[in-house]
Write a protein that binds this ligand. Structure first.
Ligand SMILES: Cc1cc2nc3c(=O)[nH]c(=O)nc-3n(C[C@H](O)[C@H](O)[C@H](O)COP(=O)(O)OP(=O)(O)OC[C@H]3O[C@@H](n4cnc5c(N)ncnc54)[C@H](O)[C@@H]3O)c2cc1C
Length: 822
């Protein structure tokens, strides 16, 4: 077969990911797709994989992807006659600690919302299923009937055969040696077939080169932060293990196993993983490393405790191979900084399980512009510029590998490679005992420990603090009473409540310097923004508009504010982690975007005393209206003050050039403290925004939800056309606010919701509202659901009664925001 001179798309890599992407591109009708592989198909990582397919993952999208994959195997068999060797034996996930039992209950609850039919068994029941197990320390076992395993190479070959049937041409022994880029767009690939060289022109190229993806990306000058890490499993000699044996995961003992050839295959996530330190990953076919039994010892001993028969069995095979890991343990999918150059890599030991879903997502993204699922968590653009640093990526990837089987508590913070990005006021936050969290490399204050124990002076200060003294004393001393039950109480402090109440009664000062700030200017700026924003932006300079960017299906791709700084100049403010993504979306729709995040510090001063506090620092007229922006001076600092709020109290976001940031923070703290103002953190913001019903992109609103469904119809312009408008139909479901009967039962995210005893939905975000003293959860429910309707929410295995309520719960008329404080 002759290589062509041009192709509609070139897929680089003949592992399971590349084969799936090629298959799905062809399935969506693309012709002239070629796949190039430097060795034979699957000879990177795929061929030696252990083949486990676990259906339940920690995120909604990953679970959907894996469920999709499971449905694909029969389709492939039918199309190609090749069976990927699927063994639907089911899976057991063992729990030996209280926390792991809680995790199992949470997972079982989540599984119900997907119709996965999971159940929680006792240790004895697990042993009945698999008599080989020693279950003396097993407190529960999650039974996952949809789990199983398959032959990885057969799966990749079946996908490749399917792709070929649909017209894809596959060239093995063909190495990519160069990527051509013209004006920021990919234009072709350069290839080597032995000594022969060849070029193929293409404006769509997908890097699915596994552990070599970083290296291939560099051929075009793009950063794909894949870190090759060694992973190992062993296979024992046969000892009559039945082929019907379910797969087993024993995460407390960092080990997993299944039947293989009448023996057992045992793999493990060791605590001290090792990077494959090479400049040329996968350059040789079928790379394996020498067995490292000392490193595997803990996994093997754990497995032998769990299956005592292993102690009497010899090991006949050790597979120690390379796998592509990423800084946060999530996949790397999407378009790179070079237009038309995509990647599908970084599968962190679940590439087989996800392969079908990966192909589907990538093909939809390339062909239609956006995939059906919300993929932000896997979007290559979730990292900042620091993803270029290999030392950062390596430190993060080693950390996420070594904690692979640890329980991930929502809100828990990882510590590797920190601190990195810091606000000008970081040093002051540290002095005040800030509990920092990390987002996109930024150090952000979750809460100030100093707020947990308010000083007598602060309590007596003007601002009504004294009235709260009894309550505060009760809660700071008697932490146990106030702490939410279960997982919501794990990453928690009484300071959060103090910060919320201070913001309600006096003021809170929040450092939101990490906000992503994008600028768009020029005589076409308004016209182009109007096309992509659902809100009406044609308003006078100084106006602020809250708006969404929609995809063709009406799904929300971004949620931000747009400030018209001048006739032809706009500043967009979006979430810390979303800047790169949102800028790419805008650029993809023809806008020229400048990321000015680093140029401006941002502090939010919110609360009824905010006007008094800022008044002591500024001679400017501060009475300008809600959703308006003005240039003012605060002390000696030039500031852009935006009258917006994300907590439901009067006040401003105050932006200043970064070099003034520390001075502005100090001035605000000095002026505000006598009024009872407190510095406050993101956990207080999250509590207060729930009370006000403010949505968070990536949780409550995503590319899978429309503004109509999300209750954001008020932000959609009726008097203009924009991208996604025609898809905005009447919604069959609506984002609804629930209040739990037991205020100590607090949701985090993903908890199952039942209506009339039947599974209905899952929580998009939840928390405790300190101003309304209620436990709040949001979930999409059928459109007919009305305030007063009853529901149940599964909080760690307990069904808690809940009522659908009218929202927002706090200040529904928004009097506190719109009017100047009395
Ligand atoms: C020991 C071990 C056990 C595993 N067990 C499981 C499991 O049980 N379940 C699971 O889901 N996952 C498992 N995995 C992970 C899984 O195998 C991988 O996620 C998956 O195979 C990755 O597929 P891929 O297509 O991204 O990469 P690969 O299979 O590595 O394919 C990439 C291909 O790109 C080619 N390539 C690279 N550079 C070039 C170039 N310049 N030109 C042309 N071609 C190039 C390579 O030759 C290679 O064939 C395991 C991994 C290991 C190491």
């Amino acid at each position: 077969m002759e290589l062509p001179n041009s192709a509609r798309a070139v897929v680089i890599g003949g592992g399971v990911a590349g084969c799936s992407v090629a298959y799905h591109l062809a399935r969506l009708g693309w012709s002239e797709v070629i796949l190039v592989e430097q060795h034979e198909l699957t000879e990177g990582t795929t061929w030696h994989s252990a083949g486990f397919v676990g259906q339940l993952r920690s995120t909604v999208t990953q679970t959907k992807m894996i469920m999709y994959s499971a449905g694909l195997y029969p389709e492939l068999t039918e199309l190609t006659g090749m069976d990927p060797g699927w063994r639907g034996v089911g899976g057991l996930r063992l729990a030996t600690t209280t926390e792991r039992v809680e995790e199992s209950l949470r997972l079982a609850g989540a599984g119900e919302t997907y119709g996965l039919g999971l159940s929680v068994l006792s240790g004895a029941e697990a042993k009945e299923m698999l008599p080989l197990l020693d279950v003396r320390d097993v407190r529960a076992a999650l039974w996952l009937p949809g789990d199983g395993w398959l032959d990885p190479a057969l799966l990749a070959r079946a996908l490749a055969a399917g792709a070929e049937k649909l017209g894809v041409r596959i060239f093995t022994g063909t190495r990519v040696t160069g990527l051509d880029v013209v004006g920021g767009e990919v234009s072709g690939v350069r290839l080597a077939l032995g000594a022969e060289e060849w070029s193929v022109q293409a404006d769509t190229v997908v890097i699915a080169a596994g552990a070599a993806s970083g290296r291939v990306g560099r051929l075009a000058g793009v950063d794909i932060p894949v870190v090759p890490i060694k992973h190992q499993y062993v296979v024992t000699e046969p000892f009559d293990v039945p082929s019907s044996m379910p797969t087993v995961r024993d995460p407390d003992n960092i080990v997993y196993f299944r039947e293989e050839g009448g023996g057992i295959l045992v793999g493990g996530y060791i605590r001290n993983p090792e990077i494959w330190d090479t400049g040329h990953p996968l350059e040789e076919p079928r790379t394996l490393f020498a067995a490292d039994m000392p490193k595997f010892q803990e996994s093997w001993e754990s497995a032998a405790r769990r299956v005592p028969a292993l102690g009497r069995t010899g090991i006949v095979k050790v597979v120690h191979g390379p796998e592509a890991f990423t800084p946060d343990g999530e996949f790397l999918l999407g378009e790179t900084a070079v237009r038309g150059l995509w990647t599908a890599a970084g599968f962190c030991v679940h590439g087989l399980a996800a392969a079908g879903g990966v192909g589907k997502i990538m093909a939809e993204w390339i062909v239609d512009g956006s995939p059906e699922y919300d993929v932000f968590g896997m979007d290559l653009r979730r990292f900042g510029g620091h993803a270029r640093s290999s030392s950062w990526a390596r430190a993060k990837a080693l950390d996420s590998y070594s904690k692979y089987y640890d329980i991930v508590y929502p809100g828990e913070e990882r510590t590797a490679a920190r601190p990195l990005r810091r606000s000008p006021a970081w040093v002051r936050h540290a002095e005040l005992g800030a509990e920092f969290g990390e987002k996109s490399g930024w150090e952000r204050v979750n809460w100030f420990a100093s707020n947990a124990d308010p000083s007598p002076e602060a309590r007596e200060a003007p601002g009504g603090r004294g009235a709260l003294e009894d309550q505060e004393a009760r809660e700071t001393r008697g932490d146990r009473e106030a702490r939410p039950a279960g997982w919501a109480g794990r990453v928690w402090s009484p300071a959060i409540r103090q910060e919320c109440l201070a913001t309600r009664d006096a003021a809170g000062l929040f450092d939101q310097t990490s906000f992503s700030k994008l600028e768009i200017s020029g005589h076409q700026a308004l016209m182009r923004l109007q096309r992509v924003c659902a809100g009406q932006l044609d308003r006078p300079p100084g106006s602020i508009v809250y708006t969404q960017l929609l995809n063709e299906r009406g799904g929300i791709e971004a949620d931000l504010t747009v400030t018209r700084l001048a006739e032809d100049r706009f500043r967009l403010v979006t979430g810390t982690a979303f800047g790169v993504h949102d800028a790419a979306w805008l650029r993809g729709h023809g806008l020229d975007v400048r990321d000015v995040t680093s140029a401006h510090a941002c502090y939010c001063l919110w609360g009824p005393r905010a006007l008094d506090i800022l008044g002591t620092l500024s001679d400017d007229d501060l009475t300008f209206g809600y959703m308006r922006a003005r240039e003012i001076s605060v002390g000696n600092v030039p500031v852009l003050a935006q009258r917006v709020t994300f907590v439901g109290e009067f006040g401003w976001e105050l932006y200043c050039p970064s070099e003034y940031g520390l001075t502005l923070w100090d001035a605000l703290m000095e002026a505000g403290t006598p009024y009872g103002m407190r510095p406050a953190g993101y956990r207080a913001i999250d509590s207060m925004r729930l009370e006000k019903g403010y949505r968070v992109w990536g949780m409550d609103i995503t590319p899978e939800t429309t503004p109509v469904e999300a209750g954001l119809g008020f932000a959609v312009a009726k008097d203009k056309d924009f991208l996604g408008r025609s898809a905005l139909e009447a919604a069959a479901r609506r984002l609804a606010c629930l209040v739990l009967d037991d205020p100590r039962q607090v949701c985090l995210v993903g908890e199952p919701v039942r209506l009339g005893g039947a599974p209905a939905s899952r929580v998009t975000s939840g928390g405790y509202g300190h101003r309304v003293e209620r436990s709040i959860a949001y979930a999409y429910l059928p459109a007919g659901t009305a305030p007063g309707d009853r529901a149940e929410v599964g909080v760690t295995g307990t069904w808690v009664g809940a009522t659908v309520v009218a929202e927002p719960l706090y200040d529904p008329a928004s009097d506190r925001i719109r009017h100047l404080p009395a």
